[in-house]
Design a binder for this molecule. Structure first.
Ligand code: ATP
Ligand code: MG
Length: 699
């Protein structure tokens, strides 16, 4: 048997050691972020090996594949026996076991193919749909499957629900016909396998099951874990109800309580020390999450990490300036993450990184802005203007907005006409044979409008597509037909209108899009900066974190405000947890950014920021004491703005008597009575947070 190096428990605190070595059928470690839950879980696996448990009898479930990989590496460092350990996500572990059981696992389909199948079914049923509706249905189907609510057992009465169940059913049958599974089928099929008589070989396999991020477990996963655990087996889970953020996928922190119910003598261990973040960051996080009513209150204290800085507010003018400030900050080489609520928000940051040639990593899905269908529509208009023979572009937009030219027979006629007359496909449109007067009118207008686009700057052209050509109205009427929120449907075009400002013409934009796609695929191994959604950041940590776009309607997201009244407070609390997860990723520096405009409009800050003490947009509070320093004689310790501007803004250049030239990189909230404002400043050699008394020097 391979020898096991001693697991170093001396690095751990008393509670952590207790958790690692705890006896008993079930052990649950419930504790706040950064308290070492994942550390304890990994140490426990190593310790079990050290106790002589064979690797093959230990199962460790992590939340992401990256986490599994990292844990494997860490364990391999301890012992070669770690090789036999089963470590992975629920999906990967169950898939491996299904394959091992001899069950033929068909081809697995990803979201793209799932969406394609749904589109086919919706078209067959002649139901109106758009991409957002399709992804909405996919989400609902996933939610149901994770809850083990299968269509054949769904007892529904409302017409809308019946329609959904039928679609769900048809989708399941279509998958069967095509002999494919989606990823949720792995869970369902494994559950079925475990319930079959004779599945005991699996049920005796793992003596120890360890689960990280237990707060995000869902019904089918929980049932599988229970079935997998043999009577003499031991369950060890770690989690934090405050970080449960996958409710929309059916996860439920209620299983943490259920665990205690199912295993009445479960050991509960609480960890109270946060080793990750500075005191200030911990305090800000605690302050925010205390506003949630549905939670288990918990204590969390820091270990007084040196260099404690308050979270820094950033108030850039818009998304572009936000991206520029972050790029500027990146020059110091610190490990950085940029986190956002929705993937559209990554657009400005990615554009800036690509333009400045800074290596970064981002999930392909987050970088898919220029592939959103609304964006592709507008781009097709631009392409058609450049090349009126671009048939793909023409077909794409012919009925967006409606021009009443349906089917595809017209295409042959159009080719023929174009050949005969030597004119472009676009120009020949109104001359097609057999057109009714109203069709002709719409098509002639389209030809005129598209031709005009070429005369305009890119920004004007996009504006014209949206207003004069009527693309925005088309989206609004589509939203009406689908019963969807028009603002959500329009969001990608709003973003595009901002994105195009960086480019002189369509050719520049199109080549930029190609570069973006290429750069996203590059995936550098150790990028200084990583971009991801709040969701994806769970469990990770970074020296410096920027949370960008913290606006109203973004977090809490518009969608969570549109749920029925009785679910509203729950949805709102899940959004608050999301922000909490994002904030608690930071080790040393946390920047909270809320630009004054978003997508060209003035927008307010997220209501959660108020809970954090943000008073943006409001005048500084009255001074409590009269100033001792005369207005016209500056305090030598106070930096002077190079160009006197009011109010002080991120990016402003300044001179400091001690540190020389610098730049404002952030604005920190007032703590109530302070007379001025704190600003974060970057000088040639260092970053400083100073109390900057604006009223004195700019007033
Ligand atoms: P999250 O809830 O965000 O997943 P967590 O509770 O899993 O957080 P870990 O990621 O395990 O926390 O630990 C956070 C950081 O604290 C890590 O960098 C880890 O190495 C460090 N850490 C954990 N325990 C100790 C300890 N006893 N002494 C010093 N550092 C520790
Ligand atoms: Mg963790």
């Amino acid at each position: 048997m391979p020898t096991v190096k001693d697991v170093d428990l001396s690095r751990l605190n008393r509670e952590q050691r207790e958790a690692v070595t705890a006896e008993g059928k079930a052990v649950a470690v419930f504790a706040g972020p950064g308290s070492g839950k994942t550390t304890v879980l990994t140490s426990r696996a190593a310790w079990l090996l050290q106790q002589g448990v064979t690797g093959g009898r230990i199962l460790v479930v992590t939340f992401t594949r990256a986490a599994a990989r990292e844990m494997k590496e860490r364990l391999a460092f301890h012992t070669a026996a770690a090789r036999d350990l089963t470590i992975g996500t629920f999906h990967s572990v169950f898939l491996r076991l299904l394959r091992e059981s001899g069950i033929p696992v068909p081809r697995l389909i990803g979201e793209g193919e799932q969406a394609g199948m749904l589109r086919e079914l919706l078209a067959e049923k002649k139901r109106p749909w758009d991409e957002d509706a399709v992804s909405g249905f996919l989400g609902q189907i996933g939610y149901c499957k994770n809850h083990l609510m299968l269509p054949e057992r769904m007892n529904v009465r409302k017409e809308k629900n019946i329609a959904f169940r039928d679609l769900f059913h048809a989708y399941e049958r279509l998958k069967e016909d095509r002999r494919v599974w989606d990823y949720d089928d792995i869970l369902i099929q494994f559950y079925r396998l475990l319930r079959r008589p004779g599945s005991h070989s699996f049920r005796n396999r793992y003596l120890h099951i360890l689960v990280d991020e237990f707060q995000d477990i869902n019904r089918v996963q929980w049932e599988c874990i229970r079935l997998l655990l043999p009577p003499e087996g031991r369950l060890f889970v770690v989690g934090d109800d405050d970080q449960s953020i996958y409710g929309f996928r059916g996860s439920d922190p209620g299983y943490m309580l259920e665990l205690v119910r199912s295993f009445p003598d479960a050991r509960r261990i609480v960890l109270k020390t946060n080793y990750r973040s500075t005191e200030e960051i911990i305090r800000a996080g605690q302050h925010l999450i205390a506003h949630n009513r549905h939670r288990q209150p918990k204590e969390l204290t820091g270990v007084g990490v040196r260099g404690s800085e308050s979270p820094v507010w950033m108030e850039p003018a818009d998304e572009e300036e936000e991206a520029r400030c972050i790029l500027e900050a990146l020059r110091d080489g610190k490990e950085t993450a940029v986190l956002y609520r929705t993937s559209t928000q990554a657009r400005a940051m990615i554009d800036a990184l690509v333009q400045e040639n800074v290596p970064f990593s981002v999930a392909a899905g987050d970088a898919a802005f220029y592939r959103r269908w609304q964006v592709v529509d507008v781009l097709s208009y631009l392409k058609l203007a450049e090349n009126p023979d671009d048939l793909d572009a023409l077909v794409r937009v012919i009925n967006r907005p409606k021009r009443y030219l349906f089917g595809d027979e017209w295409m042959d006629g159009l080719w023929f006409l174009s050949r005969k007359t030597g004119r472009s496909l676009l120009e020949c449109l109104p001359e097609l044979e057999g057109l009714e007067g109203y069709q002709k009118k719409h098509l002639s207008r389209m030809v005129r409008e598209v031709a005009m686009l070429r005369e305009l700057s890119l920004t004007e052209a996009v504006e014209r597509i949206r207003r004069n050509i009527g693309y925005d109205d088309f989206l609004s009427s589509m939203a009406r037909d689908l019963g969807q929120d028009p603002a959500s449907l329009r969001e990608p075009v709003e973003e595009l209108s901002v994105a195009v400002r960086r480019h002189p013409d369509a050719a520049s934009l199109l080549s930029h899009i190609q570069t973006v796609e290429q750069r996203v695929r590059e995936k550098p191994e150790h990028p200084q900066v990583r971009l991801m959604t709040f969701h994806r950041s769970k469990g990770l940590e970074f020296d410096r974190v920027f949370l960008i776009g913290l606006h109203a309607m973004v977090i809490p997201h518009r969608r969570s405000l549109q749920v029925p009244e009785k679910w509203k407070s729950r949805a709102w609390e899940e959004e608050r947890r999301l922000l909490y997860v994002g904030m608690t990723r930071a080790r040393r520096e946390l920047h909270l950014s809320v630009s004054q405009t978003r997508q060209g409009r003035r927008v307010g800050p997220s209501p959660f920021l108020k809970e954090l003490g943000y008073r943006g947009g409001e005048p500084p509070p009255e001074r409590t004491e009269p100033s001792q320093i005369p207005r016209n004689r500056p305090n030598p310790e106070q930096p002077q703005l190079r160009h006197r501007k009011e109010p002080v803004r991120i990016g402003d250049e300044l001179i400091h008597t001690r540190w020389g030239e610098g730049r404002v990189t952030g604005i920190i909230p007032l703590d109530g009575t302070a007379p001025g404002r704190k600003v974060a400043l970057r000088f040639e050699t260092e970053t400083r947070t100073l109390h900057y008394e604006l009223s004195r020097h700019l007033g």
